[in-house]
Design a protein around this ligand. Structure first.
Ligand SMILES: NC(=O)C1=CN([C@@H]2O[C@H](COP(=O)(O)OP(=O)(O)OC[C@H]3O[C@@H](n4cnc5c(N)ncnc54)[C@H](O)[C@@H]3O)[C@@H](O)[C@H]2O)C=CC1
Ligand SMILES: O=C(O)CCC(=O)C(=O)O
Length: 408
């Protein structure tokens, strides 16, 4: 998917064949074996990955994913998307992504700590505040980042908070980072409603994935007066046409670790959830959820791609023929996370910390600029929102490579 999108935009931007290959291929891809002593006394060897897509604008940046489907190809695609996302929002980074093929839901906290520390040791020469800065993604969180930071700092002999972002605030994390991706989604949904002149009163939203991003996005979108009528997670979905009480739902999820079983809602499957008529559809889980099989049947006015890569290129082509749907493409929609990660890194490098209002104010200014640039490019060049966003990001990276010299 990432390569198909890149090739389409490279044709549009008329990037020459030699430059094209330099912009496309990842600079580094690391695969490591991660042996872990399990609680039952056995040793299990996990596979970990880190892909750094380009080094032309600064260190590389991107999340670490723990999920059973993590594979080198997926990580490489996610790293490429990080490059375009950072360039679209004007951050001084190339893209990276990493992860471990594992099922964190089935591991104890001690096993996860041992896995994270050993994985960090295996990649320690390839990360660092001026090299590559990991962050949370699916299946990882502030605690994972704290273990990574501690392992790296122990190796260095002093505290290095700038080696990861998304840490606990007490260890040099930024206020607002945990909420930033979901709040960014909410901000952009608000801008999209203004743009297509959709009055928020009486609007409805459906959210797939109720983790860090999906749950915060739900709260942010609900602030417009929008009813959240359905949500789901890896275990299934729930639906209530009258709207879900998010405070009660959060309490239910804290207790049960799933949305399933929430009272006053009907169970639905993840497949059914995507087809519920609504104003705002927010995929906030995995890639490839909107495909050629369901793209003609989704019923929304705004498709807010909080997840990375939720829509396949075939589905994109179908949605492009449905002008009633306004797409906020992933590299724009979920950019709030990496923007506040950048703020966290800047604060760590200076050991000078900002209050939450400063963080959020700066975040919304960057998202506003990226939203306007994407909308204007789409309008002026008659492109879809996705192609417009990708073309801004890819052009910035291609220009940087050209400016640094064509014959390195
Ligand atoms: N955490 C962050 O700051 C950022 C995350 N993202 C993207 O947002 C998406 C979600 O990430 P997080 O919320 O951080 O992860 P998370 O691990 O906190 O939550 C993931 C949620 O998706 C659910 N899920 C997993 N498989 C599912 C399936 N097949 N169907 C429905 N739900 C499923 C899980 O049960 C969980 O509720 C990912 O695509 C990630 O790459 C993008 C930018 C930043
Ligand atoms: O905060 C970061 O550095 C990266 C977040 C991320 O993985 C993403 O935007 O997909």
């Amino acid at each position: 998917m990432a390569c198909a999108q890149f090739d389409e935009v490279a044709d549009l931007l008329e990037i020459g064949q030699r430059e094209r290959e330099r912009v496309k291929y990842p600079k580094r891809a690391i695969t490591v074996a991660v042996p872990v002593n399990m609680d039952d006394g056995s040793t299990q060897v996990f596979t970990g990955f880190r892909v750094q897509h380009h080094l032309s604008l600064g260190p590389t940046k991107g999340g670490m994913r723990y999920h059973p489907d993590v594979a080198l190809g997926e990580v490489a695609a996610l790293a490429m998307w990080m490059s375009w996302k950072c360039a679209l929002t004007g951050l001084p980074y190339g893209g990276a992504k990493g992860g471990v093929t594992c099922d964190p839901g089935k591991m104890s906290i001690q096993e996860l700590e041992r896995l994270t520390r050993r994985f960090t040791q295996e990649i320690i020469g390839f990360i660092g505040p001026q090299i590559d800065i990991p962050a949370p993604d699916m299946g990882t969180n502030e605690q994972t980042m704290a273990w990574m930071m501690d392992t790296y700092s122990t190796h260095s002999g002093y505290s290095v908070p700038g080696v990861v972002t998304g840490k606990p605030v007490n260890l040099g994390g930024s206020l607002g980072r945990r909420e930033s991706t979901g709040r960014g989604v909410g901000f952009l949904v608000g801008r999209a409603m203004e743009h297509i002149k959709l009055a928020p009163e009486n609007t409805t939203a459906v959210i797939q994935g109720f983790g860090n991003v999906g749950s915060v996005a739900a709260g942010s979108i609900a602030r417009f007066g929008t009813k959240i009528i359905a949500v789901s997670d890896a275990f299934g979905g729930i639906y209530n046409a009258k709207g879900l009480d998010l405070n009660l739902l959060d309490a239910h999820v804290t207790k049960n670790r799933t949305v399933v079983g929430f009272p006053e809602a009907e169970p639905i499957t993840n497949e059914e959830l995507l087809l519920i008529p609504c104003d705002i559809l927010v995929p906030a889980a995995l890639e490839r959820q909107i495909t050629k099989d369901n793209a003609a049947r989704i019923q929304c006015r705004i498709l807010a791609e909080a997840a990375n890569g939720p829509t396949t290129p075939e589905a994109d082509a179908i949605i492009a023929q449905r002008p009633e749907i306004f797409v906020i493409p992933d590299i724009l929609c979920n950019a709030g996370g990496v923007v506040v990660s950048y703020f966290e890194w800047v604060q760590d490098l200076q050991s000078f910390f900002w209050d939450e209002a400063e963080v959020m104010g700066k975040l919304y200014r960057i998202l506003e600029t990226a939203f306007k640039q994407t909308v204007h490019t789409a309008r002026d060049k008659k492109l879809t929102m996705r192609t417009a966003a990708l073309s801004i990001g890819i052009k910035r990276v291609a220009d940087a490579k050209k400016q640094r010299g064509l014959f390195p």
